[in-house]
Design a protein around this ligand. Structure first.
Ligand SMILES: [Cu+2]
Length: 340
């Protein structure tokens, strides 16, 4: 190889790199791959994807075969003068207009049908979820179930869910790769996304529209549950936070008040903690992650987050009125982890 001329080596390197990149796409452990489809909508999208892939592959094979034929058949054989010139061929021209037209129509029909199906109004019995994109986290509200949560959206398997997607500030995009396409969250507009999930499990998502400093850290979790488990989750989320939070005089709620947390966070059951700027913390300990999917929800992450939100998440809009003392961090961590 080392003796090969330079262009050959360059081509070999390019081919090897592309092959590696292509193979990496086939890896099993790719939680954000759209190829691991898990909803009716993802199946429809897959159908369109495969149709387009096969048609374009066939077109590519035919075009390159013709090209190879022409290059070989009409190569320079050292003859004198210019070759015979040909002009115009009505049959050929009609064919190469009609065939591509037919192919484009064949791809357009299922594509348009899928686009409309994805944005269809909520079917009867669907679970309605309002998804609000905020810098840099997601709020999920279930208006008919009386539940508000953040960054971790639970849905039942086998039941249609209808997302209403809005934004509180700039343009975001809700993307659950294994369930359906990206859907923008545009200020002043409501977009819809409807699908029925198949298998239960934990899935990841990501904001897919650049929205500022911590865009890349604006992740989310989707938990698909059996219907009964989902109903149990709804009951738990609906309940107010545990304990008597106002009159208790306990150090946790007191630190939550004195730390200024109540200005931005809601803890239902504690009437003075009614802020709506940050995530609802009524059941924060029941969620798998904090900081919109970037830290596991445990004591160590909670301490890290409270010590320096902007250190964890650049630009974070959790602006604390004062830097918390280690004592406050500890008290608040214990308190927050009790909010199951
Ligand atoms: Cu975003």
């Amino acid at each position: 190889m080392s003796n090969s001329p330079r262009p050959v080596r360059n081509v070999a390197a390019a081919v090897a790199t592309s092959l590696l990149a292509a193979l990496a796409g086939c890896m099993g452990d790719a939680p954000q791959s759209t190829l691991h489809k898990n909803s009716d909508l993802a199946d429809m999208t897959w159908g369109v994807y495969m149709l387009v892939t096969w048609i374009t592959l066939a077109v590519g094979v035919v075009v390159f075969a013709l090209l190879a034929y022409v290059v070989f058949r009409f190569r320079d054989r050292g003859e004198e003068g210019i070759p015979e010139q040909v002009h115009g061929n009505t049959r050929l021209e009609i064919a190469w207009t009609l065939v591509p037209l037919a192919l484009v129509v064949a791809m357009a029909i299922p594509t348009v049908r899928t686009i409309f199906a994805a944005a269809a109004p909520a079917p009867e019995g669907a679970v309605k979820i309002k998804a609000v994109g905020k810098q840099w986290w997601w709020e999920f509200e279930y208006p008919e179930l009386g539940v508000t949560t953040a960054n971790e959206v639970h849905i039942p398997a086998g039941v249609p869910v209808a997302f209403e997607i809005v934004s509180a500030d700039v343009i975001h995009s809700l993307w659950l790769p294994q369930f359906g396409g990206k859907r923008d969250a545009v200020p002043g507009r409501t977009n819809h996304l409807t699908f029925t999930a198949r298998d239960t499990g934990n899935f990841v998502g990501q904001c897919a529209e650049y929205c500022g400093d911590s865009h890349a850290l604006m992740k989310l979790r989707l938990v698909v549950q059996e219907e009964a488990d989902f109903q149990r989750w709804v009951q738990e989320q609906k309940a107010p936070a545990q304990g008597d939070l106002v009159a208790s005089g306990k150090p946790g709620p007191k630190a939550f008040l004195e730390g200024g947390c109540i200005a931005c966070h809601q803890v239902r059951g504690n009437p003075i903690a009614a802020g709506r700027i940050g995530p609802d913390l009524t059941h924060v300990a029941s969620r798998g992650t904090i900081g919109s999917g970037i830290l596991d929800n445990d004591a160590e992450s909670m301490r890290r987050w409270l010590r320096d939100p902007e250190g964890v998440k650049p630009g974070s809009l959790m602006k604390l009125p004062h830097k918390l003392s280690e004592q406050e961090v500890e008290t608040l961590t214990q308190y927050l982890l009790e909010l199951k």
